[in-house]
Design a protein around this ligand. Structure first.
Ligand code: C5P
Length: 221
């Protein structure tokens, strides 16, 4: 059976990584979280106390020692041998990552890495520019959305469970700011591919969303 390439794009908190992971598990495919790759660089900027200007980010990107490991559908992220799987999910990284992801030199390096990871097929890759830019020949392209209030609520629950104290309204504003920056950036902005299938998850359960994706896979096998 053909091992498909599945691209899932959409705004923050639409449920991309959750459904992409489950779909990959059920298909026996590799899940590739491209957001984690940009987050790793944002974490480096914060860690080193640097300004996130183009030159600094480009220099970090040029010497990037990034390792993604997939174990039981979970992505472990390491930079220079240090495990930063949890450290890239903080509110500080959330606030910085879209600025860092605007830098063209970084995006070009990520593009090469991401295409390499998908080269053999059997992958579910999620992000912002996968169907439009990274894998324009993907077998299946999905654009996952949900209302802003639902997306903020999901992120709030995720962060609260980790012990962060955040106001829901503040989080909603942060997500709006991040989506705006991702949609309006010059290189490979967040957009739906012309041939993407739209799925609105506002009132759709995780399992129902995964089922839709698996159905599409059956159709395109
Ligand atoms: O998916 P996640 O929320 O972890 O992505 C974090 C950020 O990384 C996004 O808001 C965006 O700025 C950047 N990103 C990107 N292109 C991708 C994936 C993520 O620019 N393919």
């Amino acid at each position: 059976m053909k091992r498909l390439i599945i691209a899932i794009d959409g705004p923050a908190g639409a449920g991309k990584s959750t459904v992409a992971k489950l779909a990959a598990q059920q298909l026996g495919y590799t899940y590739i979280d491209t957001g984690a790759m940009y987050r790793a660089v944002a974490w480096q900027v914060l860690q080193a106390g640097l300004e996130p200007d183009n030159k600094t980010v480009a220099a970090l990107a040029a010497s990037l020692d990034l390792k993604l490991t997939y174990v039981n559908g979970k992505t472990a992220v390491a930079v220079n041998g240090r495990d930063i799987t949890e450290a890239i999910r903080t509110p500080e990284v959330n606030r910085l990552v879209s600025r860092v992801a605007q830098v063209q030199a970084l995006r070009e390096i990520m593009l090469t890495l991401q295409r390499g990871l998908a080269a053999e097929g059997g992958v579910v890759m999620d992000g912002r520019d996968i169907g439009t830019h990274v894998l324009p020949n993907a077998d299946i392209k999905i654009f996952l959305t949900a209302s802003i209030s639902e997306r903020a609520q999901r992120r709030w629950q995720e962060l609260t469970a980790k012990g962060y104290t955040l106001a829901l309204a503040e989080l909603e504003n942060e997500i709006k700011t991040r989506d705006k920056a991702d949609c309006e950036r010059e290189f490979a902005p967040l957009a739906a591919a012309a041939d993407a299938v739209f799925i609105d998850t506002t009132e759709l359960s995780i399992q129902a969303t995964v089922e839709k994706i698996l159905e599409l896979c059956k159709e395109r096998q």
